[in-house]
Design a protein around this ligand. Structure first.
Ligand code: NAD
Length: 343
């Protein structure tokens, strides 16, 4: 099956081609560096399948253009599908599939890495020592042991993050619209209402999907309820946090530490080398100017284990579609339900 693969980097080509060989399939992957959007759909002319990543624009406009060219299947190389207009896809008869699961350890371990970066200021210590500055002034940290960690979203990644933090001796509070019985089997973990989590947690980590109901889940009102000096970690999706509200919280001292792997306007920034450019996003530039903020560019998934899983599931998704078999990882349109985001 001929597939236009958008937003590709060298590692996407390498892992997808390897998975194609391992699975003994003959998908013809045509790789494009560019993102998919209404201006680039013509690159997929003649391709029954299209393969996209987190920041590709799979909006109604894009889907209509793809459909007119004969594309019938879009496979995401990721779990989240917030960038796809599922309603329009359904109306156009375009099927959508994703990678429902891949090494959840990759993201959970990265979230834990951000916690450690921040609580021991490792990012500052690294730069200092390279500069022959061996002073400890300003590097004072705190023990994770005994801290209360609030985990919002206790699915595949949230559960593993909970296990890791339990290993540090943390108390665990969880919030999930669909509680997972495995969560309360970990250490002293217990589910609470969101408002209680906000009030009691020293560290809050987001592991729920971005939906209309979770958009700006962390807003000014939520931040107001949090402990002074709280640590906020987001490895899920950028728009879970209202960035401007977070900046206000950092400036007031309410947020003591912010570690993010995702940013709500990341599609204009992440995955490219912009070191020679003048960044036009003032909010992002202000955010990264703070000494208590660590940003990584959506790399939590980026382990060889996860890339192997992603490529093999993506190849299998195309094979199932080509052979007209039921799609194991199909994403169906569901009318939006506003999730409960407060107590
Ligand atoms: P999952 O589906 O296994 O778990 C998500 C959990 O969130 C579920 O238990 C669900 O019930 C819960 N949830 C849904 N709505 C909620 C709400 N309003 N409030 C609280 N909980 C809610 O997904 P996962 O594999 O654990 O992935 C979690 C998220 O991580 C994904 O949605 C994706 O956005 C993000 N992710 C990021 C990266 C990265 O590289 N940074 C990689 C993979 C996934």
């Amino acid at each position: 099956m001929k597939v236009a693969v958008f937003s590709t980097k060298s590692y996407d080509r390498e892992f997808l081609e390897a998975a194609n060989i391992t699975a003994k399939t003959n998908h013809e992957f045509v790789f494009f560096d560019t993102q998919l959007n209404p201006k680039t759909t013509s690159l997929a002319t003649g391709c029954l399948g299209v393969c996209v990543f987190v920041n590709d624009d799979v909006s109604a406009e894009t889907l209509k253009l793809l459909a007119a060219q004969g594309t019938r299947f879009v496979a995401l190389r990721c779990t989240g599908f917030n960038n796809v207009d599922l309603k329009t896809a359904k109306e156009l008869g375009i099927k959508i599939a994703r990678v429902t699961a891949y090494s959840p350890f990759s993201v959970a371990e990265h979230a834990a890495g951000l916690v450690l970066m921040l609580n021991r200021k490792l990012y500052r210590a690294y730069n200092r020592v390279r500069d022959d500055n061996f002073s400890l002034e300003g590097l004072l940290g705190f023990d994770l042991h005994g801290c209360t960690v609030g985990i919002i979203g206790t699915g595949k990644i949230g559960i593993i993050f909970a296990q890791i933090m339990c290993g540090f001796g943390c108390h665990l509070l969880g919030y999930d619209t669909f509680p997972n019985p495995k969560f309360e089997e970990i250490g002293d973990a217990r589910y609470v209402q969101l408002s209680e989590l906000f009030v009691k947690a020293d560290i809050i980590s987001l592991h729920c999907p971005l939906t209309p109901g979770t958009h700006h889940l962390i807003n000014a009102n939520a931040i107001e309820q949090m402990k002074p000096g709280v640590m906020l970690i987001n490895t899920s999706r950028g728009a879970l946090i209202d960035t401007k509200a977070a900046i206000t919280g950092i400036k007031s001292g309410k947020i003591g530490y912010l570690g993010i792997d995702v940013y709500e306007k990341e599609d204009n920034l992440f995955f490219d080398d912009l070191s020679d450019s003048v960044i036009q996003d003032d909010v992002f530039q202000l955010l990264q100017s703070f000494p208590n903020v660590v940003i990584t560019s959506h790399q939590a998934f980026f382990t060889r284990n996860a890339l192997t899983d992603i490529a093999s599931t993506t190849v299998s998704n195309f094979t199932e579609f080509e052979q007209d078999r039921p799609l194991t990882n199909e994403v169906f349109y569901q009318p939006p339900v506003l999730a409960t985001t407060s107590a």
